[in-house]
Design a protein. Structure first.
Length: 280
Protein backbone atom coordinates (compact mmCIF):
# COMPACT_ATOMS: atom_id res chain seq x y z
CA UNK A 1 0.00 0.00 0.00
CA UNK A 2 1.13 3.53 -0.78
CA UNK A 3 2.55 5.24 2.33
CA UNK A 4 2.83 8.71 0.78
CA UNK A 5 0.83 10.10 -2.14
CA UNK A 6 1.73 13.14 -4.24
CA UNK A 7 -0.84 15.11 -6.26
CA UNK A 8 -0.19 18.05 -8.58
CA UNK A 9 -2.81 20.80 -8.21
CA UNK A 10 -3.64 24.18 -9.72
CA UNK A 11 -6.20 26.69 -8.44
CA UNK A 12 -9.62 25.95 -9.92
CA UNK A 13 -11.19 29.42 -9.66
CA UNK A 14 -9.53 32.53 -11.13
CA UNK A 15 -6.05 30.99 -11.02
CA UNK A 16 -5.31 32.39 -7.53
CA UNK A 17 -4.24 30.42 -4.45
CA UNK A 18 -6.85 31.61 -1.98
CA UNK A 19 -7.33 29.75 1.33
CA UNK A 20 -10.28 27.91 -0.19
CA UNK A 21 -8.15 26.80 -3.14
CA UNK A 22 -5.44 25.54 -0.77
CA UNK A 23 -8.05 23.60 1.20
CA UNK A 24 -9.41 22.19 -2.04
CA UNK A 25 -5.95 20.93 -2.98
CA UNK A 26 -5.67 19.17 0.39
CA UNK A 27 -9.07 17.57 -0.13
CA UNK A 28 -8.12 16.25 -3.57
CA UNK A 29 -4.92 14.71 -2.20
CA UNK A 30 -6.73 13.14 0.76
CA UNK A 31 -9.44 11.71 -1.49
CA UNK A 32 -6.93 10.12 -3.85
CA UNK A 33 -4.86 8.66 -1.02
CA UNK A 34 -7.88 7.30 0.85
CA UNK A 35 -9.11 5.61 -2.31
CA UNK A 36 -5.64 4.15 -2.95
CA UNK A 37 -5.64 2.74 0.60
CA UNK A 38 -9.18 1.36 0.13
CA UNK A 39 -10.61 3.50 2.94
CA UNK A 40 -12.34 6.05 0.73
CA UNK A 41 -15.93 7.26 0.96
CA UNK A 42 -17.56 4.56 -1.17
CA UNK A 43 -15.89 1.65 0.59
CA UNK A 44 -16.55 3.01 4.11
CA UNK A 45 -20.24 3.54 3.31
CA UNK A 46 -20.72 0.19 1.58
CA UNK A 47 -18.81 -2.02 4.02
CA UNK A 48 -19.14 -0.20 7.35
CA UNK A 49 -22.08 2.20 7.00
CA UNK A 50 -19.77 5.03 8.04
CA UNK A 51 -18.55 8.43 6.89
CA UNK A 52 -15.34 10.36 7.39
CA UNK A 53 -15.84 13.85 8.82
CA UNK A 54 -13.23 16.57 9.16
CA UNK A 55 -13.25 18.26 12.57
CA UNK A 56 -10.03 20.30 12.70
CA UNK A 57 -7.71 21.74 10.08
CA UNK A 58 -4.62 23.90 9.96
CA UNK A 59 -2.39 24.94 7.09
CA UNK A 60 0.59 27.28 6.97
CA UNK A 61 2.78 28.42 4.09
CA UNK A 62 6.15 30.14 4.24
CA UNK A 63 5.15 31.91 1.02
CA UNK A 64 2.24 31.91 -1.40
CA UNK A 65 2.80 30.41 -4.83
CA UNK A 66 2.33 32.75 -7.76
CA UNK A 67 -0.97 32.82 -9.61
CA UNK A 68 -1.55 29.73 -11.76
CA UNK A 69 1.53 27.99 -10.32
CA UNK A 70 1.20 24.26 -9.84
CA UNK A 71 1.63 22.91 -6.33
CA UNK A 72 2.53 19.38 -5.39
CA UNK A 73 0.62 18.23 -2.32
CA UNK A 74 2.18 15.32 -0.47
CA UNK A 75 0.07 13.48 2.11
CA UNK A 76 0.34 10.60 4.57
CA UNK A 77 -1.34 9.20 7.68
CA UNK A 78 -0.28 9.09 11.30
CA UNK A 79 -1.00 6.10 13.52
CA UNK A 80 -4.72 6.18 14.41
CA UNK A 81 -6.22 6.60 17.84
CA UNK A 82 -9.57 5.12 18.93
CA UNK A 83 -11.40 8.37 18.11
CA UNK A 84 -9.35 10.08 15.42
CA UNK A 85 -7.34 9.68 12.22
CA UNK A 86 -4.75 12.42 11.63
CA UNK A 87 -3.44 13.20 8.16
CA UNK A 88 -0.36 15.34 7.44
CA UNK A 89 0.48 17.25 4.28
CA UNK A 90 3.33 19.16 2.65
CA UNK A 91 2.96 21.85 0.00
CA UNK A 92 5.80 21.83 -2.54
CA UNK A 93 6.61 24.26 -5.37
CA UNK A 94 9.49 23.64 -7.79
CA UNK A 95 10.80 20.91 -5.51
CA UNK A 96 10.83 23.16 -2.43
CA UNK A 97 8.62 22.56 0.60
CA UNK A 98 6.78 25.85 1.14
CA UNK A 99 4.23 24.79 3.74
CA UNK A 100 2.47 22.08 5.68
CA UNK A 101 -0.98 21.18 6.90
CA UNK A 102 -2.73 18.77 9.25
CA UNK A 103 -6.29 17.43 9.26
CA UNK A 104 -8.09 15.62 12.07
CA UNK A 105 -10.83 13.19 10.99
CA UNK A 106 -13.43 11.19 12.87
CA UNK A 107 -15.54 8.30 11.61
CA UNK A 108 -19.31 8.48 12.18
CA UNK A 109 -22.29 6.23 11.57
CA UNK A 110 -23.86 7.33 8.28
CA UNK A 111 -27.41 7.26 9.68
CA UNK A 112 -27.19 8.10 13.39
CA UNK A 113 -24.17 10.43 12.96
CA UNK A 114 -22.56 9.18 16.18
CA UNK A 115 -18.82 8.59 16.38
CA UNK A 116 -17.38 5.14 15.76
CA UNK A 117 -14.45 3.71 17.69
CA UNK A 118 -11.80 3.15 15.02
CA UNK A 119 -10.79 -0.06 16.78
CA UNK A 120 -14.00 -1.58 15.43
CA UNK A 121 -12.43 -1.55 11.94
CA UNK A 122 -9.12 -3.49 12.12
CA UNK A 123 -8.18 -2.50 8.56
CA UNK A 124 -7.64 1.10 9.74
CA UNK A 125 -4.90 -0.12 12.09
CA UNK A 126 -3.05 -1.94 9.34
CA UNK A 127 -2.48 1.08 7.11
CA UNK A 128 1.05 2.33 6.40
CA UNK A 129 2.20 5.37 8.37
CA UNK A 130 5.09 7.70 7.64
CA UNK A 131 8.02 7.39 10.06
CA UNK A 132 9.05 9.46 11.92
CA UNK A 133 5.56 10.74 12.63
CA UNK A 134 4.97 14.44 13.07
CA UNK A 135 3.91 15.52 16.53
CA UNK A 136 2.05 18.68 15.51
CA UNK A 137 -0.87 19.35 17.84
CA UNK A 138 -3.71 21.72 17.10
CA UNK A 139 -4.17 24.24 19.87
CA UNK A 140 -7.47 25.62 21.02
CA UNK A 141 -8.80 28.23 18.60
CA UNK A 142 -10.06 31.11 20.73
CA UNK A 143 -12.11 33.90 19.15
CA UNK A 144 -12.01 37.54 20.24
CA UNK A 145 -14.63 38.47 22.82
CA UNK A 146 -16.29 40.92 20.44
CA UNK A 147 -17.35 39.87 16.96
CA UNK A 148 -19.07 42.08 14.37
CA UNK A 149 -22.03 40.97 12.26
CA UNK A 150 -20.82 40.33 8.70
CA UNK A 151 -23.95 39.20 6.86
CA UNK A 152 -25.69 35.88 6.32
CA UNK A 153 -25.46 33.21 3.62
CA UNK A 154 -27.79 30.42 2.53
CA UNK A 155 -26.24 27.00 1.83
CA UNK A 156 -26.74 26.03 -1.80
CA UNK A 157 -27.03 22.66 -3.54
CA UNK A 158 -23.59 23.16 -5.08
CA UNK A 159 -22.03 23.34 -1.60
CA UNK A 160 -23.33 19.92 -0.50
CA UNK A 161 -20.92 16.97 -0.65
CA UNK A 162 -21.22 13.18 -0.56
CA UNK A 163 -22.00 13.28 3.17
CA UNK A 164 -25.14 15.30 2.47
CA UNK A 165 -23.85 18.41 4.23
CA UNK A 166 -21.83 21.52 3.46
CA UNK A 167 -18.35 20.67 2.22
CA UNK A 168 -15.33 21.80 4.21
CA UNK A 169 -13.96 23.90 1.32
CA UNK A 170 -17.32 25.69 0.96
CA UNK A 171 -17.05 26.83 4.60
CA UNK A 172 -13.73 28.49 3.84
CA UNK A 173 -15.05 30.11 0.68
CA UNK A 174 -18.05 31.49 2.58
CA UNK A 175 -15.88 32.71 5.44
CA UNK A 176 -13.80 34.67 2.96
CA UNK A 177 -16.88 36.73 2.14
CA UNK A 178 -16.32 38.22 5.60
CA UNK A 179 -12.49 38.12 5.46
CA UNK A 180 -11.43 38.52 1.80
CA UNK A 181 -7.82 38.50 0.73
CA UNK A 182 -4.84 36.16 0.51
CA UNK A 183 -3.36 34.51 3.59
CA UNK A 184 -0.46 32.19 4.34
CA UNK A 185 -2.20 30.42 7.19
CA UNK A 186 -5.61 29.08 8.14
CA UNK A 187 -7.08 27.27 11.13
CA UNK A 188 -10.58 25.81 11.19
CA UNK A 189 -12.76 24.15 13.82
CA UNK A 190 -15.88 22.50 12.41
CA UNK A 191 -18.45 22.31 15.19
CA UNK A 192 -21.80 21.33 13.70
CA UNK A 193 -23.04 20.09 10.35
CA UNK A 194 -24.73 22.55 8.04
CA UNK A 195 -27.29 21.24 5.56
CA UNK A 196 -28.87 22.34 2.27
CA UNK A 197 -30.87 25.54 2.62
CA UNK A 198 -29.52 26.37 6.09
CA UNK A 199 -28.91 30.02 6.96
CA UNK A 200 -25.46 30.81 8.31
CA UNK A 201 -24.88 34.14 10.05
CA UNK A 202 -21.26 35.26 9.75
CA UNK A 203 -19.38 37.19 12.43
CA UNK A 204 -15.98 38.80 11.97
CA UNK A 205 -13.15 40.27 14.03
CA UNK A 206 -9.54 41.23 13.38
CA UNK A 207 -6.43 41.97 15.40
CA UNK A 208 -2.83 42.77 14.51
CA UNK A 209 -2.04 39.15 13.66
CA UNK A 210 -5.16 37.56 12.22
CA UNK A 211 -8.73 37.77 11.01
CA UNK A 212 -11.44 35.63 12.59
CA UNK A 213 -14.76 34.39 11.22
CA UNK A 214 -17.49 32.51 13.02
CA UNK A 215 -20.59 30.90 11.48
CA UNK A 216 -23.77 30.61 13.55
CA UNK A 217 -26.83 28.51 12.69
CA UNK A 218 -30.40 29.76 13.07
CA UNK A 219 -30.59 27.72 16.29
CA UNK A 220 -27.85 29.95 17.74
CA UNK A 221 -25.35 27.08 17.73
CA UNK A 222 -21.88 27.58 16.32
CA UNK A 223 -21.23 25.79 13.04
CA UNK A 224 -17.57 26.73 12.53
CA UNK A 225 -14.80 29.09 13.59
CA UNK A 226 -11.77 30.14 11.55
CA UNK A 227 -8.60 32.14 11.89
CA UNK A 228 -6.79 33.55 8.83
CA UNK A 229 -3.09 34.31 9.36
CA UNK A 230 -0.29 36.01 7.43
CA UNK A 231 -2.15 38.42 5.14
CA UNK A 232 -0.44 38.82 1.77
CA UNK A 233 -0.58 41.53 -0.88
CA UNK A 234 -2.96 40.58 -3.64
CA UNK A 235 -1.32 38.73 -6.53
CA UNK A 236 -0.97 41.40 -9.14
CA UNK A 237 0.55 44.03 -6.85
CA UNK A 238 -2.40 45.56 -5.03
CA UNK A 239 -2.83 45.69 -1.25
CA UNK A 240 -4.79 42.96 0.50
CA UNK A 241 -8.53 43.48 0.45
CA UNK A 242 -10.26 44.59 3.61
CA UNK A 243 -13.55 43.36 4.92
CA UNK A 244 -16.21 46.00 5.47
CA UNK A 245 -16.50 44.76 9.03
CA UNK A 246 -13.04 46.20 9.69
CA UNK A 247 -13.88 49.65 8.37
CA UNK A 248 -15.63 52.66 9.79
CA UNK A 249 -18.72 51.87 7.70
CA UNK A 250 -19.30 48.62 9.57
CA UNK A 251 -22.18 48.31 12.04
CA UNK A 252 -21.37 48.73 15.69
CA UNK A 253 -19.78 45.61 17.17
CA UNK A 254 -21.87 43.41 19.40
CA UNK A 255 -20.97 40.89 22.05
CA UNK A 256 -20.83 37.45 20.56
CA UNK A 257 -22.40 34.52 22.34
CA UNK A 258 -19.68 31.95 21.72
CA UNK A 259 -19.62 28.23 22.22
CA UNK A 260 -16.36 27.21 23.95
CA UNK A 261 -14.08 24.84 22.08
CA UNK A 262 -14.29 21.23 23.16
CA UNK A 263 -11.63 20.39 25.72
CA UNK A 264 -11.66 16.71 24.79
CA UNK A 265 -13.10 14.51 22.12
CA UNK A 266 -16.46 12.85 22.87
CA UNK A 267 -16.53 9.15 23.53
CA UNK A 268 -17.23 6.81 20.64
CA UNK A 269 -20.96 6.37 20.22
CA UNK A 270 -21.74 10.02 20.88
CA UNK A 271 -22.61 12.51 18.17
CA UNK A 272 -19.65 14.63 17.00
CA UNK A 273 -20.24 18.36 16.92
CA UNK A 274 -18.75 18.55 13.45
CA UNK A 275 -19.43 19.74 9.99
CA UNK A 276 -17.82 18.53 7.10
CA UNK A 277 -16.22 16.65 4.37
CA UNK A 278 -16.57 13.12 3.16
CA UNK A 279 -12.91 12.58 2.39
CA UNK A 280 -10.18 11.54 4.87
Amino acid sequence: MQEILEVSCRPVHDGIWTPAELMGALERAATDHADALNIGHDRMVADFGSLWMLVRSRLELTRLPAADDALTVRTWLRSPTPVMSVRDYDFCADGEVIGSAVHCWVLVNAEARHMIDLRQIPALWELPVHVPERKTRLRRLTLPETMTAAGAVRVTDAEIDDNGHMNNVAYVRRAQEAAPGLFRGLEVVYDRECFRGALLTLEHAADADAQYVRGVLESGEESFRMRFLGAEAAQGGGPPQRCCACCSCAPAPRRSRRTPCRRSWPAAGSAPETAISSRP
